[in-house]
Design a protein around this ligand. Structure first.
Ligand SMILES: [Zn+2]
Ligand SMILES: [Zn+2]
Length: 156
């Protein structure tokens, strides 16, 4: 293996030789390049090392980056699948964006209830509501789909 900086190709001696962990490998580089690459993430270092064409253990770097790529893709797919499950068919009243369904939550009602503070007719109790959120502007809407349950919460 050449004793050269993998990034700029400068010859390395005792005084300017540094090591930097790039992805899953140690690479040698010069002290001038070090500050620039030290700032990068492990993945960015691995990419930079590999694209220099001078990286040591290039095969290991390649498989490291391939694993990273696969993990990112799986994450992206699970995010997409998660979103598809939440599609409600409703559009946001504010911006027309897509309202995603975040499922049910139980809210406690009563005088101190935040959501219903204007309705002082409410008695204490709880009600199950379905939460929808606009993916674009973040507007949230609540629906109390259960007539019986909700009716029971409001005093005459
Ligand atoms: Zn260098
Ligand atoms: Zn919106």
């Amino acid at each position: 293996m050449d004793n050269r900086c993998i990034f700029c190709g400068a010859e390395l001696g005792l005084l300017n030789k540094k090591k930097l962990y790039c992805g899953n490998t140690n690479q040698v580089l010069c002290k001038d390049c070090y500050p620039q690459y030290e700032k990068l993430s492990a993945v960015e270092r691995a990419e930079a090392a590999l694209s220099s064409g001078r990286a040591e253990n290039a095969d290991e770097l390649r498989s490291y980056l391939e694993n990273v790529r696969q993990a990112r893709q799986e994450e992206e797919e699970s995010r997409k699948a998660d979103k598809e499950k939440r599609v409600s068919g409703m559009t946001c009243l504010r911006c027309g964006g897509q309202m995603l369904n975040y499922g049910k939550a139980t809210f406690k009602l009563g005088e101190e209830t935040y959501f219903f503070s204007d309705l002082n007719r409410l008695i204490s109790g709880s009600v199950t509501m379905n939460i929808f959120r606009c993916e674009l502007c973040g507007k949230v809407e609540f629906f109390a789909f259960d007539d019986e349950e909700f009716a029971g919460q409001i005093a005459e």
